[in-house]
Design a protein around this ligand. Structure first.
Ligand code: BTN
Length: 326
């Protein structure tokens, strides 16, 4: 692939006359035309006009490392980027890589076009059809005290929610504890895993539905799951590379906060996406159900609930389940 040609076309938002290309790239016309054909073959969207010249309309919707890496100004996340066509699970792939090489760099990111056995929380499967979403795992190597572990999942959902809001202009919400929702439906899930033989090492898995349409989801997810495409005006498809790059950038920013132990900053930003404050909810703790109004939520401290008795009680994150509106 002629990378100089791609770069040159990217710098020009309009048509580039063929003589200009010949001059700038010091290439002959027939060789240039072959290179343009190669780009089209690779999935680049290129318009060719007999008088005006060549114009690059879009990059391929494929996980091409050189496109993902281009000007990716991250410190850790994605610096070592591994692209797979299909794996059982990117989390599993990350563990296999760590077993083979415990020195795998911090922030190593594995992204797959498809997963055949993507896994979700609580032993559920994660539907990961080819090319429809972003299925990725990031290897994090940092000490986190056991009572601070929920911050890892929180940082990932915060990065996704922020990215959706800032880059795709989709109003996202984090549903306790860490599902990312668009208009009440889940578009993204986060699964953090660890292995006892790999100290201070975490595999952060993120599944983000990008271009599915309603009919693409299995029946059990109908009405519960959504994709970015389904939430966009006109249901316009998105180029996954254009979504992945800002996602890696945001992940890197929040990971930096984790490394500097600025957990309170993460918690505060995360809580702004959790629209639970003042709502009436029920939750379970140790088999008992409690109902009340949410006074405060925090990824580490859990939920402070003003119970109907008037007492405000703190429910620690790890002890709470089945949180729902009451
Ligand atoms: C959830 O249940 O909400 C968490 C879903 C996490 C899915 C992602 S997809 C990439 C990574 N690999 C997996 O097998 N799971 C995570």
């Amino acid at each position: 692939m002629n990378h100089a040609l791609i770069q040159y076309l990217k710098k020009h938002s309009d048509f580039v006359p063929v003589p200009d290309l010949e001059k700038a790239l010091k290439a002959r016309r027939d060789a240039l035309f072959t290179d343009v054909e190669d780009l089209i073959e690779e999935g680049y969207s290129v318009e060719f006009h007999p008088y005006l010249g060549v114009k690059l309309l879009d990059i391929p919707d494929r996980l091409l490392p050189h496109e993902i890496n281009e000007d990716l100004n991250t410190k850790h996340v994605g610096r070592n980027l591994l692209i797979r066509d299909e794996v059982a699970s990117t989390n599993e792939e990350a563990f296999a890589l760590l077993e083979a090489d415990p020195d795998l760099p911090d922030g190593t990111t594995i992204v797959a076009e498809a997963q055949s056995a993507g896994r979700g929380r609580m032993g559920r499967a994660w539907h990961s059809p080819r090319g429809a979403g972003l299925w990725l795992s990031v290897v994090l190597k940092c000490p986190v005290a056991p009572d601070k572990l929920p911050v890892l999942t929180a940082m990932a959902s915060l990065a996704v929610a922020n990215m959706l809001q800032q880059f795709i202009q989709l109003p996202s919400e984090i549903k306790w504890p860490n599902d990312i929702m668009l208009r009440g439906r889940k578009c993204c899930g986060v699964l953090v895993e660890a292995r006892s033989n790999l100290p201070d090492t975490w595999v952060l898995g993120i599944g983000l539905n990008v271009n599915q349409q309603a009919a693409d989801f299995p029946p059990e997810l109908k009405g519960l799951a959504t994709s970015l495409r389904m939430e966009r005006p006109g249901q316009q498809a998105l180029n996954r590379v254009r979504v992945l790059r800002p996602l890696l950038f945001y992940l890197d920013k929040v990971y930096d906060l984790v490394l500097r132990k600025k957990y309170d900053k993460i918690a505060k930003a995360w809580a702004e996406f959790v629209h639970m404050g003042g709502k009436r909810i029920s939750l379970q703790q140790g088999g008992l159900e409690h109902t009340g109004t949410v006074a405060r939520v925090d990824p580490l401290e859990g939920i402070a609930l003003r119970l109907d008795s008037g007492e405000t009680r703190q429910f620690p994150a790890e002890a709470v389940n089945n949180v729902r509106s009451a």
